[in-house]
Design a binder for this molecule. Structure first.
Ligand code: ZN
Ligand code: ZN
Length: 310
């Protein structure tokens, strides 16, 4: 009987401990500032560029690829690292007691997503319109976009431009690496006349070379290069999609936070001043046309400018 009790009790306790440890680790990973993702980010870049420099560059050089084309990924990497440093080390727009009075005047309250008089319980200050408290950084951030674990920093009014440039340059780097590597492999296929050859299967029968055989052959000949190519193609697709989304947000003057929140409006959200059957439809009051929206990212408005215009 006691054995049965023990076998029931210990696993439950162990489960609880394991759950607590896993929960704690996940909390530390995503809810406290940590350099882990920054280190992973740099390690992945080093691995990809190590492989590019070690093998692809040399082979392409032998195949007489233009030098400028081969140097392009390094130029893009340099630009990307610059944006990375500027974005991750910048003050995203932390709201303090001293700048609160001026930041509160920059954007108007839309009355739906941002209500006048909402106080941040942690910072004990009225939240300026478009701001949000970041639980990771423990501060309220002006024109809060999102907290980026890869940069270990918030993206807000003051570093949104660097974030956009960082994302675009990273996408361009991945695209350039994928294009050069694909071009190298297609050169190899053309030079060896592989597509017009035949191969013998296990039964000794002759077959013309098809795409699956070609990929297998290339993987066996250049395993690291094909592996890297698969990774950078995946990266190009994911980053390309994210860049397109970020550009859409920039052109329409929305932050990621506002875009996520706006999904919730127009469904079943009611404001007490309106009849309960009338739905609140969120309208973006901050958009001023594509070019002015884009300009706002690169030159965040100040309270003074808004005063001048009104
Ligand atoms: Zn706050
Ligand atoms: Zn943050």
């Amino acid at each position: 009987m006691s054995c049965q009790v023990l076998s029931l009790v210990i696993p439950t306790q162990l489960q609880r401990v394991a759950h607590r440890v896993a929960h704690g680790a996940l909390h530390r990973l995503f809810h406290t500032r940590s350099c882990l993702f920054v280190v992973l980010h740099i390690a992945l870049q080093a691995a990809v560029f190590g492989e590019y420099t070690w093998e692809v560059f040399g082979y392409c050089w032998e195949l007489q690829f233009p030098l400028l084309l081969l140097l392009l990924p390094y130029l893009l990497l340099a630009g990307n690292m610059g944006c990375f440093l500027l974005c991750s080390r910048a003050n995203p727009g932390i709201i303090t007691k001293s700048n609160h009075a001026s930041l509160v005047k920059v954007y108007a309250y839309d009355g739906v997503m941002f209500q006048r008089g909402t106080v941040c319980p942690t910072c004990t200050m009225e939240k300026p319109a478009r701001s949000k408290h970041c639980s990771v950084c423990g501060t309220c951030v002006h024109r809060f976009d999102h907290h980026c674990v890869w940069l270990n920093n918030c993206v807000g009014a003051s570093n949104a431009a660097w974030f956009l440039l960082y994302l675009l340059s990273l996408t361009a780097t991945a695209t350039a690496l994928a294009a050069i590597t694909l071009s190298f492999l297609s050169h190899v296929v053309q030079l060896s006349n592989l597509l017009h050859s035949t191969y013998l299967d296990a039964q000794g029968q002759e077959h013309p070379v098809e795409i699956p055989f070609l990929v297998q052959h290339l993987f066996l000949t250049f395993p690291r290069i094909v592996f890297m190519l698969g990774f950078v193609i995946l990266l190009t697709l994911v980053l390309g999609g994210y860049s397109a989304f970020s550009l859409y947000l920039a052109f329409t003057n929305q932050t990621t936070n506002e875009w996520c929140k706006s999904r919730r409006f127009g469904v079943s959200h009611h404001v007490s001043s309106q009849p309960p059957d009338r739905q609140v439809v969120y309208k973006n009051i901050y958009s001023k046309g594509i070019w002015r929206n884009l300009k706002e990212i690169f030159r965040p408005p100040t309270a003074l400018e808004r005063k001048k215009k009104t």
